[in-house]
Write a protein that binds this ligand. Sequence first.
Ligand code: FAD
Length: 404
Amino acid sequence: MDLSFGPEYEAFRDELRAFLERHRERAPGGGQMLAGGTRDPAALSWQALLIEHGYAARTIPKQYGGYGATPDPLIRVILDEEFARAGVSAGLGGQGPDMLVPTLLEHGSEEQKLRWIPPTIRGEVVWCQGYSEPNAGSDLANVQTRATEDGSDFVINGQKIWTTTAHAADMMFGLIRTEPGASKHAGLSYVLIPMDAPGIEVRPLVTMTGHAEFNEVFFTDVRVPQSAVVGRRGEGWKIANTTLGHERSSLAATGQLEAAMARLTERMQAETVDGRRAVDDPALRDRLLRLQARLLAMKYHALRLLTCRLRGEPTGEPGSPEGSAVLVTKLAGCELSHQIAALGIDAMGEFGVLYGGSKHERAGGLWQFHYMFSLGLIIGGGTAQIQKNIIAERGLRLPREPRA
Ligand SMILES: Cc1cc2nc3c(=O)[nH]c(=O)nc-3n(C[C@H](O)[C@H](O)[C@H](O)COP(=O)(O)OP(=O)(O)OC[C@H]3O[C@@H](n4cnc5c(N)ncnc54)[C@H](O)[C@@H]3O)c2cc1C
């Protein structure tokens, strides 16, 4: 099977490889996407260089500060593959660039696009996502944080929870109940809220990694102009789902998984358990090969969907497009990522349980951190169980779950 993309694309790949070779010393933060909340000048300057060459914000129109290229799924795949292969950061990720920007391009007013997209892709404005509440997670439409009208303003009261990066964010895109009396889904609006507005209080929540990556956010009479609504009032459910679609597909890129698998294989060749290389232990080796098979299945499934997309054919087998895409990018990818980390820990034998600065800790505790962190990714953006419900009901057209 010839899996090359053709001469024009291979020329782009060569050019990108040469760029990465030339500039890799300038790239901060190892091979990971740069965390959404970073203010590190080296990270922002790396992002600016990538945008200038069209390797980040590639398809964002020029008037919004992007590179202005026409969307091309093959170029997207080459970018993911080559940055992962080189172990070089592909630039800024996180709620702003990955989730808000594509949502604004689809639903924002011209004024909102001009105001927010350029500083967001440059990393100068950091965003957090204010959807979940204590009683609105999987049942997101149950959001109770509400805004009442006061002249041309909204006054917001309520509470969000699990808000990643809220402690570092300048702005929140939040799902707020603005239409009293409307049905559950029709009463919500998608609102852009400055995090320094009077009445906002952010309290950190420490996760099992030992770090405070997310927060509780409390709103007491927080005032925002009604012009801060994206799209129309009451349309928030539709718009929030656009953002969720981008979140799910950003959570598990195949290129990143391939890079993690390569690191895992190296580690299993280097580590010894009971006097023999981890990779020679039949049980560990069996797990490695099973994970490799699942990664290959994911990769070829993604290539098959890509071929359909390029031919303009429907990509929905065995059901809707949503069924297959969610299956590949969110559910399978996040679970695989977690199991790669689990094997990384087991391959270290008893050293695998050390975490948090022990002098015997291996690889800086990276595998342990990744194991705990990636568990959160299976939950965030919609839990595995909810993804399975969506795939079953909308993809496979199985009978719907009884509604409470
Ligand atoms: C690392 C991380 C980062 C996050 N970042 C953000 C963020 O930035 N912004 C934000 O708004 N939210 C964020 N979240 C919250 C996340 O979206 C919610 O945790 C998630 O949607 C689940 O909601 P919940 O925690 O209320 O659990 P619940 O909805 O209470 O679910 C509890 C359990 O019940 C299961 N369950 C619920 N309903 C069903 C059903 N119908 N069928 C089968 N099983 C069901 C769930 O799968 C889960 O196992 C983050 C979460 C994590 C873990």
